[in-house]
Design a protein around this ligand. Sequence first.
Ligand code: PLP
Length: 305
Amino acid sequence: MINHNAIQEDAVTIDPVLTDSIVSKKLQLSVLRLDKIHPVISGNKWFKLKYYLQDAKSQGYNSMLTFGGAFSNHIAATALAASLQKLQSIGIIRGEEPKLWSHTLQEAKANGMELHFVSREEYDMLKRTGDNQLLKQFGNNYIISEGGYGELGVKGASDILTILDTSSFTHIICAVGTGTTVAGIIKAALPHQHIIGISAMKNNTGLSAEIIELLQPGSLPANFMLNHDYHFGGYAKHTPELLCWMNDFFSASHIPLDFVYTAKAMYGIMDMIAKDHFEPGAKILMMHTGGLQGNLSTKPGLLKF
Ligand SMILES: *Cc1c(COP(=O)(O)O)cnc(C)c1O
């Protein structure tokens, strides 16, 4: 029974995926089920938010403001996490107000978030700089960058590798949006571990630089690789083949994936396995970064979980 009021880090498990090709190639693939922490504040979003929440409270703020698109898991998670902490929240949403609100927006509003729709230009200006003059119109808020991008987000993401013992894995793979989560993983990983980030966006050429910025004063380590091959047309885009593949993967593994991030990452892993990217004996850990609430915006019936 899921308790919607509790964040359950101890619900995380490491689940094996056993398909014929994985076994025959002498590989191991497991999934770190961060999605089990909470249905909305799920996966990496909780880790990225937790130190911001703590910081906001310790500085005496009673309201937080953050940024995201209409399907943003970060918006959904922040709205609920703030309300559980008795904090108010404001969401600055990218682009014009849609006629039909996404499930994400409806849920954020139901959890008490005040939503403001701004043009894409204005949004891009506000999301990182936290331009205080412009943001003053929304009151005195603790400001969190889009996707929790920033030092405290990275610090929280580093905690992910401490929930369970992950030291024996040779490869750690996760879906990448802003790069905050993978930056935390890079910081916390052991020297023998290879880290692969699979970008959910198309041609996000600035991503490496943004990750480097998060690792300051560090640089990208040699054991890290960014992959741009599995975006399926772009951010939050999906094809009938991808949804079909998600159903097949669920039948084989009993693990539900989301179409924006984790399905693309897992598809990428399976494709890399098929192309012999990994040496026999590799122990691969895929981070299930959550995001399952986003599947509610697919047409009913297409996904069978
Ligand atoms: C937000 C999100 C990501 C991307 O995380 P970043 O830290 O922004 O790179 C990956 N997976 C899921 C499910 C997400 O919701």
